[in-house]
Write a protein that binds this ligand. Sequence first.
Ligand code: BTN
Length: 250
Amino acid sequence: MTSMLQIIELPAVASTNSELKDRSANQNLANWTVLSAKSQSAGRGQAGNTWETEPDKNIICSIFFRPHNIAADKQFILSKAIAVGIVRYLDSVGIAATIKWPNDIYVGSKKICGILIENTLIGNKINTSIAGIGLNLNQSVFSDRLPNPTSVKLETDQSFDRVKETEKLALSVQKSISTLSENSYEIINSDYHNLLYKKGILSLFKAKDHLFQGTIISVSDTGPITIVDETTKESQQFYFKEVEFCIGSE
Ligand code: BTN
């Protein structure tokens, strides 16, 4: 049985992740509390980046939950499950999206959604998880600073109700996470690899200052990606930031 979502809607926050983190530190938050905001002034992204979002246009939310029995070194399985849940939600609005390792959701070669997951640990287990999701919904004009943004509106030519869609998205993420606790990680891993951006497709990558052609094979539950180098035929594991896609040049 999965529990009901407890959705909190706020007009404005600095960051839904930070707000939810503060609340979880100060009170006993109900499992599956979702904090959603109309606008966010200091949205945080991966690797210390900021996340910009036009007020009242997009899904900006953070989902608090207590995972069942997930080892600290397998934290990335949560990222896989969350990403699969987001792709399933996008499928329900008619968008075929893929998961770009490590943490982005793409439509073609454009980014539609970013994810920032922050976990706390007790011993070698995950205690709480906050899954922050910024999903471009009704925004159709983006800053020139962003390399390749898209939105549900740009992809489908339709506008959606932000609050209703936030709930649908959170439910889809919850459903995907519950697959993890009831079974092994096999279902999520198979879904994740089917949805993985550029998996099995020869692509151009950059590692340190070296450009190479390679093919993604898999992503482990601990996070690194395995890529086979086309020239040397050797497979190599890369951790976050050790390799990047050369998008648009492949
Ligand atoms: C990224 O692509 O770099 C991740 C972006 C994550 C943005 C979301 S918006 C809701 C939540 N609150 C934050 O401060 N960040 C996440």
